[in-house]
Design a protein around this ligand. Sequence first.
Ligand SMILES: Cc1cc2nc3c(=O)[nH]c(=O)nc-3n(C[C@H](O)[C@H](O)[C@H](O)COP(=O)(O)OP(=O)(O)OC[C@H]3O[C@@H](n4cnc5c(N)ncnc54)[C@H](O)[C@@H]3O)c2cc1C
Length: 345
Amino acid sequence: MHHEIAIVGAGMAGLVCARELQAAGRDVVVIDKSRGLGGRLATRRLGETHADHGVCYLKPKDDRFSALIQDLVLNGVLTVWTDQLHQLSAAGLQLDPRPQPRYAAPKGATAIAKALAKDLTLELNQQIQSIRPIEQGWQLTSQNPEFDLTADVVILAIPAPQALPLVQGIANAEFVESIQSVEFAPCLTAIGVYSQRAEALANRPPAPNSGGAELQGVTCLEDEILGWIGFDSTKQINPEQTTMIIQSNSNFAAQQFDSTDLNTVAQQLCDRASEVLNMPWIAKPELLQLHRWKYAFAINPIDSKFLSATTASPLYCIGDWCGGDRVESAFLSGLALAEQLLVKS
Ligand SMILES: Cc1cc2nc3c(=O)[nH]c(=O)nc-3n(C[C@H](O)[C@H](O)[C@H](O)COP(=O)(O)OP(=O)(O)OC[C@H]3O[C@@H](n4cnc5c(N)ncnc54)[C@H](O)[C@@H]3O)c2cc1C
């Protein structure tokens, strides 16, 4: 199979880039190693319920990202989740000093990716293992020996450390060194499901200084192990069960990443969240899982919105790490490359 443009990675960066190029009449395929779409825009199905174990919410700054969000709101994918988040520090629990709408998808963050991927040509379950130059363009291989794909242009929309082995030996030193310079911090996410919705919700205290509003999400600024506590089911419309997302900070994730006892690590995160919020029920989930994100947040993103290799056929990198460490930077990166390619043609 041959396509004009092959985009590796169906996260925000890859999907936005593909959407723009396809809308302009270009022949694009998006390939991902996972069964589902979205990358770190991730939702875990848990029986009758679900929880976002990657991206928690979207907080737009750029006008074009705001426009995409408004479009997704109009299409029923996103709603305003809250503008009343909290912070936990040595000074205690306080309202976030910068209230601003945070958007979330009541059906889960992957709904955003599904909406963006509408009408795109997708190849899922294909982990790209090599990109080899051919007479005209590139040959891509995956773990599946029957996968046979060539393309004139390749765009890697994946975290820098995952792009590195694919470009070593085929691209110029400056391109490879830029990718090599970017480090990512890990994150461990505990996902808890609590069957007693009423009890769990009743035990949530009103948030301080918010006229009785309940807690929805807490950024843990100085905790020894926690980074974020999310009352994830409050994003849903009439949730049947309470779901909690408890994210570690990067130090704890680095220390515990290779632990073989995932249950103990997940329980440790729940116990700590229960303790700092003084909510005993958080420590007793009915179902508890742990997700390990090896490449969660770019620590030292590059300055440009995309990287371009000096190769016989075009090869590019995009992603959140090209200019930032959030969904918005992934979006702006994908958009910037698409605009550049369309200007060129
Ligand atoms: C726990 C957590 C919480 C977060 N919370 C927020 C938040 O609240 N707000 C926010 O703005 N940002 C948040 N982020 C950051 C945000 O998720 C990312 O910045 C953004 O989603 C990155 O998008 P991307 O397209 O660059 O990469 P990804 O979403 O990582 O997409 C890359 C895709 O490439 C695929 N892939 C990788 N290698 C290969 C290969 N060899 N072959 C085929 N496919 C491959 C992967 O499967 C993945 O689907 C969070 C991240 C984490 C981990």
